[in-house]
Ligand binder design. Structure first.
Ligand code: IPM
Ligand code: MN
Length: 366
């Protein structure tokens, strides 16, 4: 347990500062006077790149490395690119993933009460699974390292290592042990999502998955091909508990999953390594609605709750775990009575109103 936890905050671009500042207020309200978190803000992102030529300054990286956790708003501006065409705004997230070896990307997909799912069977409690996205290798490990030959041939290799697969699959099974199983049948289940029928790298992923799975006889293990998975997540989401998958597949199905629970604005993400935790919403910087006061802060607020849970467990600190539960309860309450729904989830509330509703409830209950 620590007296104070240093949180490195990077607001980023677009709606990033709006959802980031809203979340800091919610965190303050969740603790009241005796807040054990110290926030320090640092720059990174596309706007910073435009102003200074640097997308991720060295001091910001050092602060991230030294902090107890990293909280991010969102980053990226379309058209602000490096000479190779890739976006400068993404450097922050992608560099942290590789330099801090954040090999797990935990993306809970949970339909909260009061939020309408576009799915026919999307009733409260029917969608509650976690995508465990391998975050350090797979296709995205080639970022900046692929080849463009004679301006004719472009190659990005897909990298899968035994160590990388073992550690992500273990994380998925351990997570399944801590959960209550799939909504449909209450069974604890880990689904390996791959394309083992076509590519060797995915067949390897599956075979290592199988080796690890036998060490968890109490958890059901199954395989689903990625293309079929896009159908199952629409037709029978309640079957799923924990899904483990390669980096790019996880990127894609986590957006699909988010769409079933109200959209990207409702979807938090926790990127974890052995010693580091990086927390943000799954969405991007939404430049089209930036500065209008209508951004949905719930994704980032829920990411902050994931941060408190992770820090609380890591440092055996119950006050962080309790604050995480209070934030989740405040979110559930604000959504369930439909008193603070943003436009993307069918309401009219702006970011400020949602933040005020959450803070008021937290001040009453902390
Ligand atoms: C995500 C995002 C990132 C990704 C971007 C910002 C690099 O889409 O976290 O899902 O592609 O992984
Ligand atoms: Mn994504």
């Amino acid at each position: 347990m620590k007296i104070t936890y240093e949180i490195c905050v990077v607001h980023g671009d677009g709606i990033g500062p709006e959802v980031g500042k809203a979340t800091l207020r919610v965190l303050e309200a969740a603790f009241g006077e005796s807040i054990p978190l110290r926030f320090k803000e640092y720059p990174a992102g596309a706007q910073h790149f435009l102003e200074t030529g640097e997308s991720f300054p060295k001091e910001t990286f050092e602060a991230c490395r030294a902090a107890d956790a990293i909280l991010h708003g969102a980053a990226g501006m379309p058209g602000v690119v490096h000479p190779d065409g890739t976006e400068a705004g993404l450097d922050f997230t992608l560099t942290l993933r590789s330099k801090l070896d954040l090999y797990v990307n935990v993306r809970p997909i949970k339909l909260l009460p009061g939020v309408r799912s576009p799915l026919r069977d999307g009733t409260p409690n029917s969608i509650d699974y976690v995508i465990v996205r391998e975050n350090s290798e797979g296709l995205y490990a080639a970022r900046g390292a692929g080849t463009l030959l004679r301006d004719e041939i472009a190659v990005d290799p897909l990298v899968q290592t035994r160590k990388g697969i073992e550690r992500i699959v273990r994380f998925a099974f351990d997570l399944a042990r801590s959960r209550n199983g799939a909504p449909h049948d209450g069974r604890r289940r880990v689904t390996c999502c791959d394309k083992a029928n076509v590519l060797r790298s995915y067949a390897f992923f599956r075979s290592v998955f199988d080796e690890v799975a036998v060490q968890y006889p109490d958890i059901e293990a199954e395989h689903v091909l990625i293309d079929a998975m896009t159908v199952h997540l629409i037709n029978r989401p309640s079957h799923y508990d924990v899904i483990v998958t390669e980096n790019m597949f996880g990127d894609i199905i986590s957006d699909l999953g988010a769409a079933t629970i109200g959209g990207m604005g409702m979807s938090p993400s926790a990127e974890l390594g052995d010693g580091y935790g990086f927390f943000q919403a799954s969405h991007g910087s939404a430049p089209d609605i930036a500065g209008k006061g209508i951004a949905n802060p719930y994704g980032t607020v829920l990411a902050a709750a994931l941060m408190l849970n992770w820090l609380g467990r890591r440092h055996a600190d119950p006050k962080l775990l309790q604050a995480a539960s209070r934030i989740e309860a405040a979110v559930n309450h604000a959504l369930a009575d439909r008193s603070a729904l943003s436009r993307d989830i069918g309401g009219t509330a702006g970011s400020e109103e949602i933040t005020r509703v959450l803070c008021a409830r937290l001040r009453e209950h902390n």
